[in-house]
Design a protein around this ligand. Structure first.
Ligand code: NAP
Length: 312
């Protein structure tokens, strides 16, 4: 939808994902424009700069919306402040450091008639909606998830990821859970888990998870941050009709070896189109289910201490 007037947006936390995805996606989305950045150590040429969200809220009252691209541990406070100042709020994933902190944000958004959008970027990957449609008419027999990446390549210098609330390997793993909770026809729940914690870190480097759905269908997931060489972001679903494989993080879909979808990632432009639509409709979109599954893994999971993780 193209609106008469562009929504004036600020990015908060100009780090890896903000630079790689948010800035170009905003530029490509009608109805919204990047008007400011709030980041302590980074700025963009030609865009108004503030060191913090507080300075932005005080110094740029014309800003209508903020995209919070900071680590999850600081996002609740920022979201609460932005909503209190009358801004629409887009949250990067995961939407927070705890599940319960979302309820007051939803309440504040409703009270203030502002949009709160908790994004799950992987749900916007091109093969995800086709997979959901395909599975709606099939019986699922089993699901296997392999989400294995090299933390040194994808999260260089991101100390927050290893701190409490940073989620460790669940930072990428929650993307798989955001896809599964969207495409599987039945709700599912965790029955056991094993989490591997480096002895010098507060967050897991690997996790093996066992879920089942309400029909007893087994769902197994293996997340690992220690993958070198080829990287794996795959979901295999055995159905009564054959095997569906969602690979490359949701960019590709194949059924019994035949490709159904093979597209380049275009997740973030779709996220911003949705944000513009939500604001126009006066609606919010907050689904905590993937974060709930991660919280369950921390609650139920057996912990194993493994060798220290040293980045350099
Ligand atoms: P990042 O590179 O560390 O960027 C986050 C930025 O937030 C930092 O550059 C920093 O900017 C600011 N920040 C850090 N700590 C802060 C604090 N304590 N208070 C206020 N601001 C702080 O991280 P990222 O990879 O962009 O990830 C950010 C979020 O996006 C995470 O939730 C992640 O899960 C999600 N995400 C990341 C990716 C990816 O591939 N990297 C993909 C999808 C989603 P200043 O120092 O300039 O303030």
């Amino acid at each position: 939808m193209i609106m008469d007037k562009e929504i004036s947006l600020a990015i908060v936390g100009l780090g890896k994902i903000a630079r790689d995805q948010h800035v170009p996606a905003i530029a490509a989305t009608p109805g919204i424009a990047l008007a400011a950045v709030a980041s302590r150590n980074a700025a963009l040429d030609g865009v108004a700069h503030f060191a913090t969200l507080e300075e932005l809220l005080a110094g740029a009252p014309e800003i209508e919306a903020v995209a919070l691209c900071t680590p999850p541990q600081v996002r609740r406070k920022q979201a609460a402040a932005a909503l209190a100042a009358g801004k629409h709020v887009l949250l990067e994933k995961p939407p927070g450091a705890t599940v319960a902190e979302l309820a007051p944000l939803i309440f504040a958004a409703n009270e203030g008639e502002r949009t709160l959008f908790a994004t799950w970027h992987s749900r916007f990957a091109p093969a995800v909606e086709p997979a959901r449609t395909f599975l709606a008419a099939r019986t699922v027999r089993s699901v296997t998830v392999e989400w294995k990446e090299d933390v040194r390549i994808w999260h260089p210098g991101q100390h927050w990821i290893w701190e409490p609330g940073g989620l460790g390997v669940f930072d990428p793993g929650i993307n798989a859970l955001s896809i599964l909770t969207h495409i599987l026809p039945r709700p599912f729940f965790l029955t056991s888990a094993e989490l591997a914690f480096p002895e010098n870190r507060a967050a897991p480097i690997a996790a093996d998870l066992v879920f089942e759905d309400t029909a007893g269908t087994p769902i197994n997931a293996a997340f690992d941050f220690r993958q070198t060489g080829p990287q794996t972001w795959d979901i295999r679903i055995d159905t009564d009709a054959g095997e569906l494989v969602l690979s490359s993080g949701g960019a590709r879909l194949a059924f019994d070896g035949r490709p159904l979808v093979e597209e380049k990632e275009a997740e973030y432009p779709a996220i911003y189109r949705r944000f513009v639509e939500l604001i126009a409709a006066g609606a919010s979109d907050v689904d905590a289910t993937p974060l709930q599954h991660v919280a369950d893994a921390f609650m139920l999971g057996q912990r194993r201490i493994v060798e220290p993780f040293v980045e350099a």
